[in-house]
Design a protein around this ligand. Structure first.
Ligand SMILES: [Zn+2]
Length: 321
């Protein structure tokens, strides 16, 4: 397996976020990715490839021009060390108060996109499993708004980029604890990209606005969007049973590429997610993906306890490889 990792993610340090009306520490910290890198290095001896940079024009595969321009200008306008939070919803193209904009936000997010596109490049030249170990995450970013620590939708841009060269069909399997509202929005009317997500029930958990099982797509996309909301404290047994149903939909679609939005915030020790998955469950999740036998691009999303990430990633990749 090839891994793309860009150490400049260390420069992306959002400090705070608003939670229930109070300022708290922002959970998207660099050490959550460093923990995974260390774990994979130690247990598998992987090396890490530095991705080459892509121009920001690739963002338009998915994102509106107005949004890209706004984020770039907004980032440039923030003093180093300061953070900007949305003040005017609508004008400010951020849908929550968890996603501060810093001087570095635009380029940090673009670097994560580059890592994801490098991963697709490898698939196009014959690799079968490639991992973009990157942050900030992407699946909450819609075509025109940031949110949920996400600025650009790495997985969605990777899917469109693959299609640009192949006209192939892509399935996106979202295993993060939270529903990928951004990814769903982008492909909601599209029958060439299947979106399948397992996540905490949006009636109780972020992002609340989407992730219900009756959201099945619209227009051409009807039947190409599958949500599997699960209750809080869901255990590995129930999760894996649901994963089987999700994978059956993907097998039925028979994609040319499977993109996995990989979140470890499903772990019972994660401070943000609310499932009860244990270390050993990740081995079985990895194994289930291996059995599918598709080309896979893995793109890192959430996972906010470095220690749990270390164990979850070790087990996941042991099962997958
Ligand atoms: Zn998440």
């Amino acid at each position: 397996m090839k891994i793309f990792y860009d150490r400049r993610h260390l420069l992306h340090i959002p400090k705070k976020e608003m939670d229930n009306g109070k300022w708290v520490e922002n959970a998207d910290k660099p050490d959550r990715i460093e923990a995974i890198r260390e774990s994979l290095e130690r247990h598998f001896g992987f090396s890490f490839n530095e991705p080459r940079d892509y121009y920001s024009s690739y963002l338009y595969l998915v994102h509106d021009h107005d949004y890209v321009h706004w984020l770039k200008k907004r980032s440039e306008g923030v003093e180093p060390g300061e953070e900007y939070f949305p003040e005017v919803f609508g004008y400010d193209k951020v849908f929550d108060t968890g996603t501060p904009i810093t001087r570095n936000s635009f380029f940090a997010a673009l670097n994560a996109v580059s890592a994801s596109l490098n991963a697709v490049d490898e698939i196009l030249t014959g690799e079968t499993i490639v991992y973009a170990l990157c942050r900030p995450p992407g699946h909450h970013a819609s075509s025109s708004q940031a949110g949920g620590y996400c600025y650009f939708n790495n997985a969605a841009i990777a899917a469109r980029y693959f299609q640009k060269y192949t006209h192939g069909y892509v399935a996106i399997l979202d295993l993060d604890f939270h529903h990928g509202n951004g990814t769903q929005e982008i492909f909601y009317a599209d029958s060439t990209v299947l979106y399948v997500s397992l996540h905490g029930d949006p009636e109780k958990f972020y992002p609340w606005i989407s992730g219900y099982d009756w959201e099945i797509g619209e227009e051409d996309g009807v039947g190409y969007n599958f949500n599997f909301p699960l209750p809080g404290e869901t255990t590995g047994t129930d999760y894996l049973r649901t994963l089987e149903k999700a994978l059956a939909e993907i097998e039925n679609f028979d994609p040319d590429l499977l993109i996995v939005s990989l979140g470890f915030d499903t772990h019972k020790e994660d401070p943000v997610g609310h499932f009860s998955l244990e270390d050993k469950d990740y081995y079985l999740i990895g194994k289930a993906l291996k059995d599918l036998d598709f080309s896979i691009v893995l793109i890192q999303e959430g996972g906010y306890n470095p220690d749990a990430n270390m164990r979850a990633s070790r087990n996941f990749f042991a099962g997958l490889l």
